[in-house]
Design a protein around this ligand. Structure first.
Ligand SMILES: NC(=O)c1ccc[n+]([C@@H]2O[C@H](COP(=O)([O-])OP(=O)(O)OC[C@H]3O[C@@H](n4cnc5c(N)ncnc54)[C@H](OP(=O)(O)O)[C@@H]3O)[C@@H](O)[C@H]2O)c1
Length: 321
């Protein structure tokens, strides 16, 4: 596994693949049993992985407990990113969820306890709750950094103008977005904003929750057939993307999923790989060995193209390249 600097400001070397843990644990009724989750974490670390993405809400706190067990005695070797907003409780009271400081304080204390650590490397709201002011979020995050409980702050699932407003007030080192061959709209505003502020950009669902592995066209069942009615079905655009990904996989002697991950890596974004089984993890880890050539990247870009919209389309006609 190679290491890359996380963003242009932190100087923090992180493994090029981040391990995402939302499916590690089964308290929500779908995912990996805790014992297998520990095996997946160990295999990721053995491969050189040092960056684990969690959230208090994943498996209702179970994931943080498992990661806490795993990093015990070697905590400082890992970069732990965790998030708040949704709470670790299945049915939180209104005072326990959201982005306000009361929820933030309760959430971080819970995360520190479950992770058995006294600091979080990267801490962020899980999404914009639509209610809490940006000033409130800024002050809360800043206080956690000052208190030494958090090293770096980040944002997940915020509109670019809101994220930029926060990053204009305090250093924001990380951005977490959905980004993959199916979903590229972060290229409009969010990714340029991350670059402008020197944030490390990490993307969730790099395989579009499994769709880009191509397994559903082979009749497999999985998260998308179970949780999102019709989520595995192919419209015309999806079909073309999957066909092209499959074709390129043949050319480079790999799998469609590995090609999808290699494409994300080619964009300078850190994929957060979501492995539910050891076999998933091993396949995804091998994606770093694939080298896509310029023609293959261009074909993937073209097939997954999308409308940039205003003002980008207008600016493309008036600005010099
Ligand atoms: N900030 C946020 O709002 C947010 C949202 C979502 C996720 N995340 C983070 O991002 C991480 C990754 O997200 P994701 O799980 O959506 O990522 P993903 O990589 O797009 O999807 C992972 C899923 O793909 C399937 N899969 C993976 N490898 C496979 C293989 N070799 N063969 C067949 N199927 C395979 C598995 O689905 P099956 O279970 O169907 O087998 C697995 O659960 C999460 O763990 C979490 O840490 C953050």
């Amino acid at each position: 596994m190679k290491y890359k600097l996380f963003g242009s400001k932190t100087g923090l070397p992180v493994s090029e693949l981040i391990l995402g843990g939302s499916q590690l644990g089964d308290r929500r009724g779908y995912g990996t049993a805790a014992r297998d989750a520990l095996q997946i974490l160990a295999a990721y670390a053995d491969a050189g992985g040092n960056y684990i993405d969690v959230s208090d809400t994943y498996q209702f706190g179970e994931l943080e407990e498992t990661v806490g067990k795993f990093i015990d005695h070697k905590r400082d070797d890992f970069i732990i990113c965790t998030k708040y907003t949704r709470s670790s409780q299945p049915d939180p009271s209104v005072a326990n969820a959201g982005n306000h400081r009361k929820a933030m304080r309760q959430a971080i204390e819970g995360s520190l306890k479950r992770l058995k650590t006294d600091y979080i490397d990267i801490y962020m709201p899980h999404f914009d709750d639509g209610v809490t002011t940006l000033e409130e979020i800024v002050r809360g995050l800043e206080d956690l950094v000052t208190a030494g409980k958090v090293l770096y702050t980040g944002l997940a699932n915020f509109a670019a103008w809101k994220a930029a407003s926060i990053a204009g007030a305090i250093p924001v080192s990380a951005l977490q977005i959905e980004y993959n061959l199916m979903q590229r709209t972060a290229e409009r505003e969010l990714l340029p904003m991350a670059e402008h502020f020197g944030m490390g950009a990490m993307c969730y669902s790099p395989l579009a929750a499994g769709l880009l592995t191509g397994k559903y066209r082979k009749g497999a069942s999985g998260r998308l057939t179970l949780s999102t009615p019709g989520g595995h079905l192919e419209d015309e655009r999806t079909k073309m993307i999957l066909d092209q990904t499959e074709q390129i996989a043949k050319e480079v002697d790999s799998t469609s999923g590995q090609v999808a991950l290699a494409w994300v890596l080619s964009k300078g974004v850190f994929p957060i790989i979501g492995a539910r089984t050891l076999a998933h993890l091993e396949t995804s880890l091998s994606a770093v060995d694939i080298s896509l050539n310029a023609d293959q990247i261009m074909r993937l870009n073209q097939i997954s193209t999308f409308s940039m919209g205003f003002p980008h389309d207008l600016l493309a006609t008036v600005q010099q390249k």
